[in-house]
Design a protein around this ligand. Structure first.
Ligand SMILES: CC(=O)NCCS(=O)(=O)O
Length: 321
């Protein structure tokens, strides 16, 4: 479960809310929290929300969901035993990630580790178990990168490519907040021998907004992930970027589907803050199933294409080769 505080580490409070962190999480304050989610530190963790998350995972399963990829890794606060409990109590498969988040979130030992040590840890997490448990991870990622990519992040990417080559495992990347960042990461991974066809580039909906830029990136052959469905506030605190609406996300997806990339698209919510849980008035884990799929079908995306995005593409990506 994610402690995303590194994301909000240096986000300024809105000027009219100098002590936002002292506010209670109430309906009266939900508007501010939705507008400035990274300025309210209590919002940036799901620790203490196990009961609510389990209830919402059950709701997700009740409405057709079966599996979820959970990309909390070193640099964020991962709890393997909690995720195992949640999977067992909800009946939802949870595929956990191994790897290293963005440079600013990493402990000193990662900065000083050799590439070989990083490879060894990721391979161990997948083949033996992570964080001192026998609970094995099923994906490398979300590997965190900044813009520009730092030296430590490049070392992590090269280690990721080496571990992927050894295991034939799926990889998912968090790109820096610049439209050039995804292609730069793909270049580094490819040069290190990574399998780009087994790699997901996440958060494209907060990174590339121009359809032609998205088409150019799609040519590189990775999976294209738009994974912030449910965030309908256009103000984006973490970068000089207008966050798209779900309707605009669907238009981006339709554009690449029309260009023949239906085997390459995956979608998600990237839910890691309290305010997006249903318990706190959010859209929850079932938003795509209940609300986005009908929107897609109404906009000319076929059921077969929806099934590819929600079933077949994730299954193919997650299958070790
Ligand atoms: C957990 C995480 O890094 N999510 C990425 C979305 S964001 O817009 O880059 O914060």
């Amino acid at each position: 479960m994610i402690d995303a505080s590194p994301l909000g580490a240096n986000v300024p409070c809105p000027p009219f809310l100098p002590n936002m962190n002292s506010l209670p999480f109430t309906m009266e304050n939900l508007g501010f929290i939705r507008q400035f989610p990274w300025s309210y530190k209590p919002n940036l963790t799901l620790y203490g929300e196990e009961k609510h998350v389990i209830e919402e995972l059950k709701f997700f399963k009740q409405h057709g969901g079966s599996s979820m990829v959970e990309c909390t890794i070193v640099g964020l606060e991962r709890d393997m035993n909690m995720m195992k409990r949640m999977a067992e109590e909800s009946g939802v498969n949870i595929i956990s990630g191994t790897g290293y988040y963005v440079d600013s979130a990493l402990p000193s030992e990662v900065h000083s580790a050799t590439q070989e040590q990083l490879v060894s840890t990721m391979v161990h997490d997948i083949t033996q178990g992570a964080a001192g448990t026998d609970i094995r991870c099923g994906v490398i990622g979300e590997i965190g990168t900044s813009w520009p990519v730092t030296a430590t992040e490049k070392k992590v990417l090269q280690a990721t490519a080496a571990a992927q080559t050894q295991l034939g495992c799926p990889v998912i990347i968090h790109p820096g907040r610049n439209k050039q960042a995804p292609a730069e990461v793909i270049r580094i991974l490819a040069e290190a021998g990574g399998d780009i066809s087994r790699t997901v580039m996440s958060h494209l909906d907060r990174t590339i907004c121009d359809h032609e830029d998205l088409s150019a990136f799609a040519k590189l052959g990775c999976y294209l992930e738009l994974d912030l469905f449910g965030i309908e506030v256009s103000y984006y605190q973490l970068g000089d970027f207008d966050m798209p609406s779900d309707a605009q996300r669907i238009k981006m997806i339709k554009h690449v589907l029309d260009e023949g990339y239906e085997d390459r698209v995956v979608i998600a919510h990237d839910l890691y803050t309290k305010h997006r849980l249903m318990h706190y008035g959010g859209h929850g884990y079932s938003h795509i199933l209940l609300n986005v799929v009908p929107m897609m079908l109404a906009r000319g995306i076929s059921q077969d294409q929806v099934d590819k995005m929600l079933i077949h593409n994730p299954r193919n990506w997650l299958t070790f080769k």
